[in-house]
Structures are given as C-alpha cells and as structure tokens.
Design a protein around this ligand. Structure first.
Ligand SMILES: *Cc1c(COP(=O)(O)O)cnc(C)c1O
Length: 356
C-alpha cells in the first residue's frame, strides 16, 4: 500500500446486479419492470426538452410538486413525505438520521445486501437474526433492546411478504426505536404499512419508483413517516446535498403517480405472469418460494443453483445468483414479459430433461 493510502477510508462496497451491454439478452437479474413507464412520463420528458429553463435552473430542493402528488396518493400530509434519489438514497439518509444510539440495528441475515454495507459505511453496529427454515422472519427476534429495525416487506431475495399484523407487532414492541419497512416490492401483492402511520410515530415506510413504476433509470424513491421523522431526515439531507432530485426526476415522478390506471394494469400483468411462471417452474421440479414481489426465488433438487445460473447465462438469459450461505442453491428470477418467461422456461425444460 502506498503511504498516501494509509489515511484513506477503506470500505467493501455493495455489488449491484450486472447491466450487460450485449443486445438481445433476456435480462431477469435486477428486478426491473419489463414494461415502459406511463405515457405521461415520456410526454413530460419531451416537454422538458422544449423548456431549457427547466434544466438551466436549479431544481426545487424540496421537490414539492412530487411531494404533493405522493402525499395525495398515500393519503398523508405533505410533511410526511421525504423524496430522494431512489430508495437507496432515502435509506442511506435514514441510516444516518435514526441509527445513532450506538446499540445494534437489527435486520434479517438473508435480506437486501445493501444494509450491512451502509451500516459499515456509517459506523452503525448491527446484528442479523436468522430467518427460520422457511425463510420467514421470527417476530420474537425483534423484541429485545436494539438501535433500530430495518427489513424489506416483501423480503428480498426471498420474495416472501409478512402480514401487516407482523409489522404492527414489531412496532408495538419497539416504541423507542425507529422501525423502517422497505417496501420496494409492496405493489406486487403485499400490504403496505402506510396504514399504520397514524398510530406509530416510530414507523418509516420506504418505497421506490424503480420496480412497480418502471423508472429505475430515473432514480426516484421516498419515505413516508410521521412529521417528526421526516423533519429529522430533511435536516440531514440539507446538511449533505440540497438538490438531490433533478428537474427531470421530479416531473417524471409526478406523471408516474398521476397515472393510476396504467400502474394498476402493468402491476397486474406482472403478477399474472409471475403466477404462471411459478406454476411452470414447479412442474419442472423447482422449489419456488411463495412470492409477493416481481421476482421468484427458486431452487432445483437435482441441479445446483450456480450451475443453472451459468448455463442460463451462456444462453443469454441473465438471472441473479447469490453465493451466500443458505441461499447458494437458489436463483432469483425477475418477472419479465410473458415472452421472456417462455424463453426462460423453454431453456430450463430442455436443460432439466438432460438436453442441456
Ligand atoms: C431495488 C431495491 C431497493 C432500491 O431501489 P432504488 O429505489 O432503485 O434505489 C431498495 N430495497 C430493496 C429491497 C430493493 O430490492
């Protein structure tokens, strides 16, 4: 190591899913939405290209137009919405705002692998209670003293959702720490904890436009919480970067929220494709965890996960594989279009018949 490096911060970063440059692949590895964003989003971008002032000027630091749209659609006050550059940005700010007690923050051992990375980056101690044998969270694991609680619902990469009664039980046992529910996949079939907000000042719900609103490329996420929590997050944000959201992201976000019909139609299509794909995978002998998300978590008793992942990749079908304890025999398969799932299933059918 060079002398100059002695004083540098050393971290182990999060590794996002691959974004291959290759054309014509079937890309089922990062839980993107296979459908385009709402038509109004594309119109808003065209409109922006005709109004250069919108780009010449700084954007609204509070992204108020988007905050208003989200407050209306979530049925909460405008002082209960915190918008950000994807939910990763929102979660990172929440880590820095709420997890300052020095006591360990709790999140499951199998979950979104960004959580331990933020904990390390921000110097937050943490502990990871193990999911049970069916990959479910055990509520009792979240009853003891802690510095905060964080989990996705549905969980990733398992796709399993816990009912609202589970979330409420955890909230009730932890009135003095912040409980963050990461609802990146909630629109595909789970119950949102937003309904619990009037009763729990310590609840923060985080959602994203990346999955159910087809806008991963625009980077839009938000937290919904009590005015108390949102006020503290804003103080941290304004101490860090006033202009987190671009003018384009704000406009696109508003248009995406407005088109409720398109949102319902595309999420329903994904859910229908998911159910068909899950049945077909089971017919091929796969074990498929019950999914309330836009992806499936599946393993095959005869073919190791890594081998399937590699064989699929060689056939230009990309899925996600995690080389981690307990899940290293599973594939995480994003739900694409019906046509993409046909290609996946066609390949797996011949592979498991020994033609691979
Ligand atoms: C995709 C995902 C996110 C991040 O989404 P962005 O809004 O694109 O930053 C956060 N949490 C979980 C569990 C996710 O799967």
């Amino acid at each position: 190591m060079k002398a100059i490096e002695q004083n540098f911060r050393r971290v182990t970063p999060y590794v996002p899913g691959e974004q291959p440059k290759k054309k014509g692949i079937v890309k089922l590895n990062t839980n993107e939405n296979p459908y385009p964003p709402a038509p109004g989003v594309l119109r808003a971008l065209a409109e922006l290209s005709r109004t250069p002032d919108a780009l010449r000027r700084y954007p609204d630091p509070a992204a108020q137009e988007l905050v208003q749209a989200l407050a209306a659609s979530c049925g909460v006050g405008e002082d209960q919405i915190f918008p950000g550059v994807g939910s990763d940005d929102v979660l990172a700010i929440a880590f820095q705002t709420f997890f300052q007690s020095g006591r360990p923050v709790l999140f499951p051992d199998i979950t979104y692998s960004f959580y331990p990375v933020w904990a390390q980056l921000f110097g937050v101690p943490y502990r990871c209670p193990a999911l049970d044998g069916d990959f479910r969270m055990r509520r009792e694991d979240y009853y003891g003293e802690n510095g905060g609680i964080l989990f996705p619902n549905p969980n990733a990469p398992t796709a399993i959702a816990e009912p609202l009664s589970f979330v409420e039980d955890i909230l009730r046992h932890n009135p003095d720490t912040v409980v963050i529910v990461d609802e990146a996949y909630v629109d595909f079939g789970a119950e949102s904890a937003i309904r619990l907000l009037p009763e729990y000042e310590n609840l923060l719900v985080v959602q994203t436009f990346s999955k159910s609103r087809s806008l991963a490329g625009m980077r839009i996420g938000y937290a919904v919480g009590s005015p108390l929590l949102i006020r503290y997050m804003n103080a941290v944000k304004y101490s860090y970067n006033s202009y987190t959201m671009s003018a384009a992201a704000i406009r696109c976000g508003v248009e995406a929220v407005k088109d409720e019909a398109y949102f319902r139609e595309t999420t329903a299509k994904i859910v229908a494709t998911r159910e068909r794909t899950a049945r077909a995978l089971k017919e091929l002998g796969f074990v498929v965890l019950p999914s309330s998300a836009n992806f499936l978590f599946a393993s095959h008793p005869q073919y190791p996960g890594r081998q399937l992942y590699q064989a699929l990749r060689e056939a230009d079908i990309y899925v996600r594989y995690f080389d981690s304890p307990r899940i290293d025999n599973y594939l995480r398969i994003s739900v694409g279009t019906d046509g993409e799932m046909e290609q996946l299933l066609g390949f797996l059918a011949s592979y498991t018949r020994g033609e691979g």
